[in-house]
Design a protein around this ligand. Structure first.
Ligand code: SF4
Ligand code: SF4
Length: 300
């Protein structure tokens, strides 16, 4: 009854998916995999991933009184795609609105269910294994493209978590093995081999990492393979679960960002950049880096 009321409220607030898992640590094999992944240097220059490893896999270390994690997701599949900007960047920075929605959910729980609620909101920047927790909370499976994927609404998903001291009944995870099976569409589409059969994801080769997180020079052999100026949607757009997935209905995106070209961005002043991207995830990356990326796609 309590779980149903929380889920209904989450849907009313605009979340497309909501599920519950315990705050118990994730399985040891997930921690071991992540440590091996880091040890092999697959994280590129994202050194912060080496911090707080134990916390990342154990929500109760982030919030000692935590008993449950409410995992929520918003579908952001746009009606139209940009071919050079990852779809999530067409919207307002998701950290802002997901935090607001989770805060409203916590308010509701405090007023209607338990006035002694203790909670912590996590959206991406907190060290927490959000995809693994969302999978355990029944929101979806982890695809070969490493994305949390829901069989009904696909993998254009923005995630957030509400850690709570409430002992809520956990949902049953989906079975990983029932989904990707023999499909390899995302692997075949990846322009750089950052995802490939039988190998772990290699951020060093990923266009999304290279255009957003990687500050220095881009390796010569990778430059011709880069076809986005911010992020990369190739493996998400390829996924068969996204073909029939519904279009986003709970958030609005900026049509101004849809038809931008690399050449146009190369002519921009800081004022032009701010006018288009000030409230988006692109703002943190900055105009200088966007131009570095745009140069790779420049046409004569
Ligand atoms: S985001 Fe692009 S480069 Fe990165 S794994 Fe997916 S398809 Fe490959
Ligand atoms: S494209 Fe195929 S292999 Fe890749 S995540 Fe989607 S279903 Fe799985």
């Amino acid at each position: 009854m309590v779980c149903r009321a929380i889920k209904q409220k989450a849907h009313d607030l605009g979340f497309d998916l909501v599920g519950i898992t315990s705050a118990e640590p994730l399985d040891d094999d997930k921690i071991a995999y992540f440590k091996n992944w880091l040890a092999a240097g697959n994280n590129g220059k994202m050194a912060w991933l080496q911090n707080n490893i134990e916390k990342r896999f154990s929500p109760a270390l982030l919030m000692p009184v935590a008993k449950s994690v409410i995992c929520a997701a918003i579908n952001y599949k746009p009606a139209k795609f940009s071919n050079i900007i990852a779809s999530y960047a067409l919207y307002q920075d998701y950290h802002t609105f997901i935090k607001q929605k989770l805060a409203a959910l916590a308010d509701f729980i405090k007023k209607e269910i338990d006035k002694n609620l203790k909670f912590k909101i996590c959206v991406d920047s907190t060290p927490i294994a959000e995809k693994a927790l969302a999978q355990r909370a029944s929101l979806g499976f982890i695809g070969k493209n490493c994305l949390l994927t829901n069989p009904r609404i696909g993998s254009f998903l923005l995630l957030g978590e509400l850690l709570t001291n409430l002992p809520l009944k956990p949902d049953t995870p989906l079975k990983q093995k029932d989904y990707c099976k023999n499909c390899n569409k995302c692997l075949a589409t990846c322009p750089t081999g950052a995802i490939s059969e039988g190998r772990p994801f290699n951020a060093n080769k990923c266009v999304s990492y290279l255009t957003i997180e990687h500050k220095g020079r881009i390796a010569k052999e990778l430059k011709p393979k880069i076809n986005y100026i911010f992020g990369c949607d190739a493996c998400i757009r390829a996924c068969l679960y996204n073909e029939k997935a519904p279009v986003c209905k709970n958030i609005q995106h900026s049509t101004q960002r849809l038809n931008l070209t690399a050449n146009e961005i190369l002519r921009w002043s800081k004022g032009d950049f701010d006018a288009v991207f000030a409230d988006s995830a692109v703002a943190r990356t900055g105009l200088r880096q966007l131009k570095r990326n745009a140069l790779l796609l420049k046409t004569l």
